[in-house]
Design a protein around this ligand. Sequence first.
Ligand code: ZN
Length: 357
Amino acid sequence: MNRIPPSPVFVDYCCPRCKGPLVLRTDEYTCVACNAHYPVVLGIPDFRVFPDPYISIADDHLKGGRIAERAAAGASFEELVRYYWSITPDEPQEMAERFTALAVAATDRGRYLLATQSEVSAVLQRSSSTRVLDIGSRTGGLLLAAAERSPEVVGIDIAFRWLIVARKRLEEAGRPAQLVCCCAEFLPFKSDSFDVALAENVLEHTARQQALIEEAHRVLKPAGVFFATTWNRLAAAPEPHVRLWGVGWLPLTWRQSYVKWRKGVSYDHVRLLSVFQLTRLVRRTSFGHCVMELPEFSAAQLSAVSPGQRAIVKVYHRIKNWPLIRGLLLLVAPVFHMVCIRYLEANAATVQPREIL
Ligand SMILES: [Zn+2]
């Protein structure tokens, strides 16, 4: 395969384990402090401390290599996503089709999120050199939306193969981003590096959720914004990954066997949270608290549902911020939008979240 140019570097790296300085030798970063080695594979540095639970690091590199070969042969972004699912036969066809459609629509979804979330939008408008970290980029939909708003964006994912797909999306749009394979709980960036950290539907796929939030706090600058979306465990809607009702209401061990029985797929690595669990989790981190928002549905999302569902959503939009209703909706809403702000004592008064849970 032709040599691939390395990913651009807008934000310097440090060792994800000890946060010590690194030196780059041919296709490898080495930590000066702890002597850990991190390879650069197909132009993307791999700073993982542990592998993606779905695949070994060696197999992930191999799969990424097969996708990169397709990309080099001229396949489009969408063709790469379809190719990925064609070489991932354990996923049922119906789920692969749904995930492909979601990947294609992800940039529009990302643009809507960045434009409508007021804290993130305010930071992006404040300066033309805002640094954005997208945690768990997958196929790069939100990452591309961020790259359209800021010249210095960094996308990380534990899945090396998905970064190869994301790179194609960025190339097609002519928007570069720094792509890094790493664990969200062990970020290879120095403290105070970013103005915004995003995590779209990532928390529920992380084994160490508190460590992810703590790392987001560490790499944010003072007054930086951490914006995360995550599915509600107790939602009055089907479980979004496997489209089954009531999964989140079952005890953890039952959830896994129930999904295996009904859909034939693993549910071992999905950990949805309720509003109570999420709030308790943030309280244990350096952020201390967060604002919980109930999302608005975009015009595109509304046009894709039946007239009956549209009518329900319109009522939901009207009543979702009524005090009593809001509390009830937070219990059963399909998804939460969470905003945490990193403050320092000196400027705490100026960056108070609008509402503290
Ligand atoms: Zn180190």
